[in-house]
Design a protein around this ligand. Structure first.
Ligand SMILES: [Fe+2]
Length: 254
């Protein structure tokens, strides 16, 4: 499985504090069946790692994981606050995108009134970014007005729902909107948003189980769609659920 949202790099933000913590997270991720994880440190008013520093730490981490025999590959990325993204040149933002290929993991705002989101997102799209919205189900503004998310998705935005939201660990409002987004085909990937190896670990399974996804849908959410994001391409079509079996027998006699 591919996890596109984690704070696994050492010492950059409120995630892993050092390389030991990074390796502990990586071991847990591998044990959870994750083979590729995007390192998405916060880029906001509090943390501001340079893309070069992120790239360096990704290389360092991959080397350490090789030495420790942990079967996990780390890809570069960032979780960029909308206000920071709006200030950046397109080139600068691209260097923070997932895998460096143009999809930007944009942090959903936590404030209640966020009239600026749509304009900011469309400006970023016009400048050439593709937008993957991080945990929109946790945003009070979207909980109150989910139709805003529907309009954003219609304009090409993809949504990354946290596994912990689906399993209820983030409270009932996030769970309810998260599940609605998954079932209304408004969510596109399921991520861990992991910060450590125990309390907020890299694990997708609890979210997949809570959403009762079929194996084909699980594959799309955790392999097909996130692989396309890392490659910087359009997402593959989501599998259509199998038709319900007919209510009466096919060979019913008249
Ligand atoms: Fe995050």
């Amino acid at each position: 499985m591919i996890d596109l949202h984690s704070h696994i790099l050492p010492g950059l933000d409120d995630g892993a504090a050092d390389m030991d913590a990074t390796i502990a997270m990586a071991r847990r991720a591998a044990a959870e069946g994750i083979t590729v994880i995007a390192a998405t440190p916060h880029v906001n008013s509090e943390y501001d790692p340079a893309p070069e520093r992120i790239a360096e730490l990704v290389d360092e981490t991959n080397r350490a994981l090789g030495e420790e025999d942990v079967a996990l590959r780390v890809e570069a990325g960032a979780e960029v606050a909308i206000t920071r993204a709006a200030e950046m040149q397109a080139q600068q933002l691209r260097r923070l995108s997932l895998g460096g290929n143009g999809w930007v993991l944009l942090e959903s705002p936590y404030q209640h009134a966020v009239p600026f989101v749509e304009d900011a997102v469309f400006a970023l799209q016009l400048a050439g970014s593709r937008i993957l919205l991080a945990h929109p189900e946790r945003a009070p503004a979207f909980q109150r007005s989910p139709e805003r998310l529907e309009a954003l998705v219609e304009r090409g935005v993809a949504c990354a729902v946290n596994a912990t939201s689906l399993s209820g660990a983030g409270g009932s409002s996030a769970r309810d909107l998260g599940l609605r987004l998954v079932h209304a085909r408004l969510a596109h990937v399921i991520c861990s948003d992991s910060h450590d190896d125990a309390r907020r670990p890299p694990a997708l399974e609890p979210g997949i189980a809570a959403a009762e996804l079929s194996p084909e849908e699980t594959d799309w959410f955790t392999e097909g769609a996130p692989a396309a994001v890392l490659a910087g391409t359009d997402l593959p079509p989501r599998p259509v659920p199998l038709p319900q079996p007919p209510r009466r027998g096919l060979f019913r006699r008249r």
